[in-house]
Write a protein that binds this ligand. Structure first.
Ligand code: DGJ
Length: 714
């Protein structure tokens, strides 16, 4: 709900209030963001001057004021939310309030980019119009609130209303000033095989953090951050979060000024970004989802889970159980025949797998990663029946058929590159850098996007393909101009709109050398994303634990793979690999034909369990209990919305001799109800499980896991 009172705007969500006021000079001032407040006559704080600051005629020092979308060069010298340069090179700007509009049941569609949609929710959007008459600039800030959620959707549109060009050098989607306090920054850096590592540090005076990525792909840093009160943990304390609905180069900036106030901004990375806005032209930022929870990190993540599952992902599969798949990549890599694939599918069917996915290597001369990308026609030497015939044979075995693509790329050794060398991103006179022996197609060009759309669509039309793995395997170099990465990202979204729109029944899975493009922008199109190429169950504890903070378990693709693990050589039990993968979109990626009869029986049991669990894992509330970043354990739990079903998981990483395990306390149950452990038949009280806890039974060995499936007794 949005309450407007004489230049004061009180935005209320389910449990939150966000208050904006216009001060005597027309500056849009940020008054409050946090736990819900009653509607009262709030107003901008009284003017205040401090030593060695710049101030206006009315004694207002914006440097000491929390603001909504700060400008640069007048009386706030902190980092601005945007920066512009006029024709004479002058960068000073000052936005003043001009007016507002409140739109009912409306959430903005951001031009060319994905965004959160209204669906069946009760939604209002406040548009604040600000202007700098001297610079010839209008900025429209958009704030969307939901009666049922605690998120605020923010974005900005910058319009040149002058008669000459304006250079836009940065434009954040959201800027939030948090008044002085004791806060930590939580962010998720990483690398290939080590994606999204939970990292927490103090925000102290004078610090400037630029949590940003300019690599085109984002293994190294995720576009999701939190600012948490010092004492906030999984279950309690105030936490703000910022998630960018964007798959290009991003920046989350946190600055703590000389008075201890904190400015947080999120949006397109200003590094190597520039836009020239001609007279009358505008620029729209991507959407930033800002969330506040008084219930700690867990409160944030359960809120984001609901928003992503209900109002971000457009795929019908967001609301459907995903088929349990087997992928041939780690079973065969490039070295397969049609018969080998069929033998994997046959065996997989016997144990209950539902979808067979053919990964890289099925097209052109793609017998290794040196060639073939771009040549999207089947290699009939490997697959004599073609994709159509193979899909039919897989279907005859009783499985759905899925296919891997990497459509944004080209190998120099490919027919596509030989025909269109200019389609790869490059700079005149320079030889572009290779990565995994490949170049990136120039998606800023309409003709290249059209090629990609047609190439993929014609294969999808040619056979019964019910799942697509959309891969993207290299960082971006040789960008021809500043701001190129944004144009590329718009091209990617154009392709996604066209292909997912044309094939609404196909289940799409995002991938980028594992989890290199794991963001809310991708999730708008694809309900699941390959989380990491590191599928070792112990490494996955950290990867899945931290990924689940910002993204729903229903998006976390998790496969049981062979041991020794292909990425780090670790040997873990089939049980632990399966138990860990249950907290995700479950599947297998190994040569099932080489496994023993006993292992097949174990897999059959795992699949039965997963079939019983997957609706809960897709729709429930996720609780993290013990962090592998802080302890020798990892524990998490999924609880159905009505608290009647529970999946509890605990892992002990290293075995400890002569010890007693500490009890683990479950969370989020009905304290007044009784629960049945479906494996042992033992009964527990909800209060007993939450307040007294249970002692997990670990085997005496490294890397062991323990699970319980509980059902409420009526
Ligand atoms: C990178 C992905 O992360 C892998 O799962 C696999 O699909 C390979 N690409 C294939 O080249």
């Amino acid at each position: 709900m949005i309450l407007e009172n004489n230049g004061t705007f009180h935005l209320q969500g389910k449990n939150i209030s966000y208050i904006i006021a216009v001060n005597s000079e027309g500056d849009p001032v940020h008054v409050y963001y946090g736990k819900k407040l009653k509607d009262r006559a709030y107003s901008a704080p009284a003017p205040r001057q401090l030593a060695m600051t710049a101030y206006s005629e009315n004694n207002i020092t914006l440097e000491c004021v929390c603001q909504e979308y700060p400008s640069y060069g007048y009386n706030d010298l902190r980092k601005p939310a945007y920066s512009v340069k006029n024709v004479s090179g002058n960068c000073v700007s000052q936005l003043r309030y001009k007016g507002f509009r409140i739109k009912e049941n409306f959430a903005p569609l951001i031009k060319g980019m994905p965004s959160v949609f209204v669906g069946d929710k009760s939604v209002q959007t406040l548009e604040l119009t600000l202007a700098d008459d001297i610079a010839g600039l209008t900025v429209v800030l958009s704030y969307t609130v939901f009666d049922e959620y605690d998120v605020i959707l923010r974005s900005a549109e910058i319009i040149n209303i002058s008669n000459s060009d304006i250079e836009l050098d940065s434009a954040y989607s959201a800027s939030l000033d948090i008044a002085k306090g004791d806060y930590d920054l939580i962010y998720f850096p990483g690398a290939w095989l080590r994606e999204r590592e939970f990292t927490r540090c103090s925000i102290t005076q004078g610090m400037k953090f630029d949590v940003s990525n300019a690599r085109g792909i984002s293994h190294c840093i995720n576009p999701f951050i939190m600012v948490a009160e010092k004492n906030a943990d999984e279950d309690k304390g105030g936490v703000y979060s910022f998630s960018l609905v964007y798959s290009g180069n991003h920046s989350s900036s946190v600055e703590c000024d000389q008075y201890g106030n904190i400015r947080v901004q999120q949006g397109i990375n200003p590094f190597m970004f520039k836009r020239t806005l001609g007279s009358g032209e505008s620029f729209a930022t991507p959407q930033c989802i800002v969330c506040y929870s008084d219930n700690g990190i867990g409160g944030i993540s359960r809120e984001l889970n609901d928003v992503y599952r209900e109002n971000l992902c457009r795929s019908k599969w967001a609301h459907m159980d995903r088929p349990i798949l087997i992928n041939n990549w780690e079973a065969t890599y490039f070295n397969f025949t049609e018969e080998k694939l069929i033998s994997i599918a046959k065996q997989a069917k016997e144990v209950g797998v539902e979808l067979f996915v053919l990964d890289d290597g099925w097209f052109g001369q793609r017998n290794d990663d040196f060639r073939g990308l771009g040549d999207w026609f089947v290699n009939t030497e490997k697959l004599p029946s073609g994709i159509d015939g193979l899909a039919r044979r897989i279907n005859e075995e009783g499985l759905k058929f899925g296919l891997w693509f990497e459509p944004e790329m080209v190998n120099p050794d490919s027919d596509l590159y030989r025909a269109h060398p200019d389609w790869a991103i490059s700079v005149p006179g320079r030889v572009p850098a290779l990565s995994r022996n490949q170049l990136i197609l120039d998606l800023s060009r309409d003709d290249v996007c059209d090629y990609v759309i047609n190439a993929v669509c014609s294969i999808l039309k040619s056979a019964n393909i019910e799942y697509v793995k959309w891969d993207m395997n290299r960082p971006m170099t040789d960008m021809p101009y500043e701001g190129y990465n944004h144009d590329y990202t718009l091209g990617f979204y154009k392709i996604m709109d066209a292909i997912t729109g044309a094939f609404p029944d196909v289940l799409f899975e995002g991938c980028s050398s594992g989890g290199g493009r794991y963001d809310a922008g991708v999730l708008a199109y694809m309900p699941q994303i390959w989380t990491s190429d590191n599928s070792d169950a112990v490494a996955r504890l950290k990867i899945q634990y931290s990924t689940s903070i910002g993204y729903p378990v229903s998006a976390i693709s998790a496969h049981v793979t062979a041991v020794p693990n292909h990425q780090n050589g670790r040997v873990t039990s089939l049980k632990m690999r399966g138990d860990t993968a249950y907290a995700g979109v479950f599947g297998y990626e190994l040569d099932i034909t080489k496994m023993s009869g006993e292992e097949h029986e174990d897999i059959k049991r795992q699949i039965e369990v997963n079939k019983g669990l997957r609706t809960l894992m897709r729709t429930g509330d996720f609780y993290r209990i013990l962090s592998p970043y802080e302890t020798n354990y990892c524990s998490w739990e999924m609880v159905s919305k009505d608290k009647s079903e529970v999946f509890f998981y605990a892992a002990r990483i290293l075995s400890v001799g002569n010890t007693i395990e500490a009890k683990i306390r479950l969370k989020g149950l009905d304290a007044d109800a009784d629960y049945l452990d479906t494996a042992t038949g033992k009964k527990y009280g909800g209060d007993e499980l939450m307040y007294c806890g249970i002692e997990p039974e670990f085997e005496t060995r490294d890397f062991d896991s323990y699970t319980m499936i509980l059902k409420k007794i009526d």
